[in-house]
Design a protein around this ligand. Structure first.
Ligand code: CAA
Length: 259
């Protein structure tokens, strides 16, 4: 593994566990951390021994947002010319393997936005989600005004973005932002168990499912259904489809080769 300054990275079988690691700053997201995260995820995407990725933070914070001390003195020209925020975050959108956000503590501002860029969010009971940028005289800048309404609906997204209040894990699950709430001390083990289960499936099929579900966000229903049908047909070109169906008929576990 490369020697990261702002991440702790471990591989567990076919799962890469990435811990954001700026504990004194509650994992505030600066350029250095985001560059490393982009590099780690891009490398994992290309690594055949990895089938699923988990991103987590500390017990106190998944991430408390973009780094305010780095941003405080910036001018419009600094931000516009360097494309701060977007430049570093685009790498995450290109990851084709599933990425799970395991959230404990604060997921605020860019921290909430980072979690929302992941494919599945699970949270510890004490997790807190919010978009408090309005208190800083800015607005969410890494997709918060777009992904939050898609996840929780317009009313709750407006409520969170305009009042800066935090949302508990329980409320986030009710609203559909996250898929599971687990005891705080079991968060990482639950996320690893989920990732291990996913990484045991056929990787090309998992990638096709991720691509198809993401279409539901970006395309009208008729286009999404057409895309799904084409990808469904493509699944029959994989060896794993033959193995998966043969294993069912022979009443044995499937041994996928990820091809
Ligand atoms: N950037 C930089 N440093 C941060 C930070 C951030 N986003 N969040 C916390 N820290 C630092 C604090 O400055 C503090 O540092 P010092 O010990 O050197 O003073 C340390 O982390 C611990 O924080 P607190 O003492 O504030 O801890 P707390 O438990 O009292 O409060 C908190 C925790 C409620 C999360 C509070 O730290 C907080 O409100 N943080 C800012 C949250 C925020 O506004 N996030 C949005 C950022 S803007 C953004 O993300 C833009 C975007 O859309 C991309």
């Amino acid at each position: 593994m490369p020697d990261y300054q702002n991440l702790l990275v471990e591989q567990h079988d076919r799962v890469l566990l990435v811990r954001l690691n700026r504990p004194k700053q509650l994992n505030a997201l600066n350029d250095a951390l985001m560059d490393e995260l982009g590099a780690a995820l891009t490398a994992a995407d290309a690594d055949e021994s990895i089938g699923c990725i988990v991103i987590t933070g500390s017990e106190r914070a998944f991430a408390a947002g973009a780094d305010i001390s780095a941003m405080a003195s910036w001018t419009y020209m600094d931000v516009y010319r360097t494309d701060y925020i977007t430049r570093n975050w685009e790498a995450l959108r290109r990851i084709r393997k599933p990425v799970i956000a395991a959230v404990a503590g604060y997921a605020l501002g860019g921290g909430c936005e980072l979690a929302m860029m992941c494919d599945i969010l699970i949270a510890g009971q004490g997790a807190k989600f919010g978009q408090p940028e309005v208190k800083l005289g800015i607005l969410p800048g890494a997709g918060g005004t777009q992904r939050l309404p898609r996840a929780v609906g317009k009313a709750k997204a407006m409520d969170l973005c305009l009042t800066a209040r935090n949302m508990s894990a329980e409320e986030a699950e009710r609203a559909g932002l996250i898929s599971r709430v687990v005891p705080d001390d079991q968060l990482v083990s639950e996320a690893l168990a989920m990732a291990t289960q996913i990484s045991g499936m056929s990787l090309p099929i998992i990638m096709m499912i991720k691509e198809s579900v993401n279409r539901a966000y970006e395309a009208p229903l008729s286009e999404g259904l057409l895309f799904e049908r084409r990808v469904f047909h493509a699944a029959f070109a994989t060896e794993d489809q033959k193995e998966g169906m043969a294993a069912f008929l022979e009443k044995r576990p499937a041994q996928f080769k990820h091809q």
